[in-house]
Design a protein around this ligand. Structure first.
Ligand SMILES: [Zn+2]
Length: 244
């Protein structure tokens, strides 16, 4: 059974790669005037040529073509097979829980999109919130509280620019609904601490420059996943340390 979920995950990963490119072009985050995106099935990112099925097999095509497009020989980012493999593994781990399969796909999509383009797309946030309102509506107040907290952070400006983007604010509504109380605290704590540590490391080693902002969304998303899986253990441990 695992193999079926693995293959399904690979295919979803492949779809996410494709959709991310299309959405980025729609938002004009990628400028490529060479070809128009109409409703072509699958096409080359660089020259727009329609792809054969064998150029479109998750992971395997990338390996056979040695990370290059067959049509025009341009480099295909390592992100493509990595995302496909990650989705394969995530699907095997989640297994039959369909709601979580959809949420995981949307979360990983938002994470990669934010890393690349510094935006959590509205439509993935909206999809996440709708799913959370259906399946986790018991946590409605936590969602509202989380939204308010991040909205206030968004209003605080550091050196004239927003410390917290509106994409993060919208995402925080999902986070509160999905995690509930007190797991939401674990996610927020994780995001701020790990976000700060990673940002400092990236700045010290000059991997990013001071002018280039580091997206906060990926930390919120990883924090959400950590809190969902380990939240209770972390809280128990934390209170254990305080009480002893
Ligand atoms: Zn091409």
């Amino acid at each position: 059974m695992g193999i079926i979920f693995f293959v399904l995950g690979l295919c979803v990963g492949s779809f996410l790669n494709m959709y991310q490119y299309r959405l980025a072009r729609k938002y004009k985050l990628i400028k490529n005037k060479k070809f128009k995106i109409d409703n072509k099935r699958s096409y080359c990112d660089y020259c727009g040529k329609q792809l054969h099925w064998y150029e479109n097999v998750p992971v395997i095509s990338w390996i056979i073509q040695r990370g290059k497009t067959r049509c025009c020989g341009k480099k295909l980012p390592i992100q493509y097979p990595l995302l496909e493999l990650s989705m394969g593994i995530i699907f095997v781990l989640i297994n039959f829980n369909y709601v979580y399969l959809v949420i995981a796909s949307l979360l990983i999509f938002s994470l990669v999109f934010d890393l690349k383009y510094m935006i959590i797309p509205d439509r993935t946030n909206l999809a996440l919130v709708i799913i959370a309102l259906i399946f986790f509506r018991n946590n409605f107040l936590v969602g509202l509280g989380s939204l308010l907290f991040f909205f206030i952070l968004n209003r605080i400006k550091i050196r004239g620019s927003e410390a917290m983007g509106m994409g993060d604010v919208k995402y925080s509504l999902f986070m509160g609904l999905f995690l509930g109380w007190p797991n939401i605290l674990v996610a927020i704590y994780f995001a701020f601490v790990v976000g700060a540590v990673v940002s400092i490391i990236l700045l010290i080693f000059k991997i990013v420059k001071k002018e280039n902002p580091i997206p906060f969304g990926p930390f919120l998303i990883i924090g959400t996943i950590v809190a969902k899986i380990y939240g209770e253990q972390i809280i128990k441990y934390f209170f254990g340390v305080i009480l002893n």
